[in-house]
Design a protein around this ligand. Structure first.
Ligand code: PLP
Length: 372
């Protein structure tokens, strides 16, 4: 049997830059500075520059980043105030909103791009709405200029969930440039991934950045002085060293992801039984995932897995159908696009280092399975 093809191959990336990574981690060990310190500062400055914003506050995870940004922008919610987001996302998006004391209001997505339906957002705004959290899913950003206009009209805050779109842009705007703040995850599988959990908030707003830094560091205002009940959510220096090193390669790696996506399109286009992900012409997609839609998704998944192909589903159960979110009171059919999409989507392998013959092998198996 031919070699298996994983959904994501982190080892390829890490092996390619092993010397650089080892040196960076060694520097932290030699410095004895494991929390905060110069490597942490360097990553904060480097990632802010990369994102084209003034401030970056590295923290413990992407979920914490959303939570910290909401809390710093709006304070802790009273449970009645609302934050609009999508159900078709990783659970952490909605979890962070609920943890910050806000009622998550979930809207449907566009069935072609898989992204937040902005018409639905406008309909969901009430007198209780405080913020909107768009999710730039699979590597493609929501139309931020249009969303920013909606937010301005209704005097709402936008906190972007940028966990899956490191290096992406929409009409030239990057996460954090048209919102109050953007929250990144550096989960190992992300386009820019650490060797453990990590995240960051990026923003153009200086007071907000100061508040997030303070909240993420036990509410510390000065040494031994704690002005607020904060949390411990800091990117440790080893993770910062790994991220600093990988950041230097991110654009090149994203380019390879786009190339792999082009190969998938070439090989699968013209096949009506397999719907390819739609891309807005203004979007600079970074293909965190390449997600197709087919009728018999579970059969195709099983077929690929039997052949050693690591296909996956992001995500099989929408947030509004999870037991933890029953309190939202939504029936599955209340978000019909999301509900149906979750039965049809399949993420194909995509990662820097994936080759054209590997793409051909995957697409050959997809074609033969969906044509039966
Ligand atoms: C869209 C989205 N939002 C939020 C998160 C949460 O990030 P973390 O796992 O770092 O808490 C993730 C994680 O992958 C994600 O994909």
């Amino acid at each position: 049997m031919p070699d298996s093809i994983p959904l994501v191959n982190l080892k390829l990336m890490h092996d390619e830059i092993a010397d650089e990574l080892q040196q960076a981690v060694r520097e932290v060990i030699d410095s004895n500075w494991f929390v905060g310190g110069p490597v942490f500062q360097r990553f904060a400055a480097g990632f802010a520059t990369y994102c084209g914003v003034d401030y970056c506050i590295p923290c413990g995870s992407g979920t914490d980043a959303i939570h910290l940004a909401l809390r710093a922008a709006l304070g802790i919610g009273d449970g009645e105030q609302e934050v609009i987001t999508v159900s078709h996302t990783f659970v952490g998006t909605v979890e962070a909103i609920a943890q910050a004391g806000y009622q998550p209001v979930l809207v449907d997505v566009n069935p072609q791009t898989y992204l937040m339906d902005l018409d639905q957002v406008e309909k969901a705004i009430t007198s209780r709405t405080r913020a909107i959290v768009p999710v730039h899913l699979y590597g493609q950003m929501v139309d931020m200029p249009r969303l920013a206009q909606i937010a301005r009209t209704h005097d709402l805050v936008i906190i972007e969930d940028a966990a899956q779109c490191h290096g992406a842009a929409f009409d030239g705007y990057k996460p954090g440039q048209l919102s109050r703040a953007a929250a990144f995850s550096f989960h190992p599988g992300a386009n820019l991934g650490a060797w453990g959990d990590a995240g960051a908030v990026v923003t153009q707003h200086e007071p907000l950045a100061q508040t997030i830094l303070m909240l993420s560091d036990h509410g510390r205002q000065a040494k031994h002085e704690h002005g607020e009940v904060g949390m411990n959510s800091r990117t440790d220096a080893i993770q910062a060293a790994v991220l600093n090193t990988k950041l230097r390669h991110l654009d090149r790696w994203n380019k390879v992801r786009r190339q792999v996506a082009d190969w998938y399109r070439e090989e699968l286009s013209g096949d009506d039984t397999c719907i390819l992900p739609a891309v807005d012409p203004k979007a600079g997609h970074v293909y965190h995932q390449f997600v197709i839609q087919v009728n018999d998704r579970n059969d195709l998944l099983k077929h690929l897995q039997n052949e050693g192909i690591g296909a996956g589903i992001h995500y099989p159960i929408p947030v509004h159908e999870q037991p933890a979110y029953e309190f939202l009171g939504l029936a599955p059919q209340d978000l019909p696009v999301t509900h149906e999409l979750c039965k049809r989507i399949l993420s194909l392998p995509i990662y820097p280092g994936m080759t054209r013959p590997q793409v051909r092998r995957v697409t050959g198996l997809v074609r033969s399975a969906v044509a039966v």
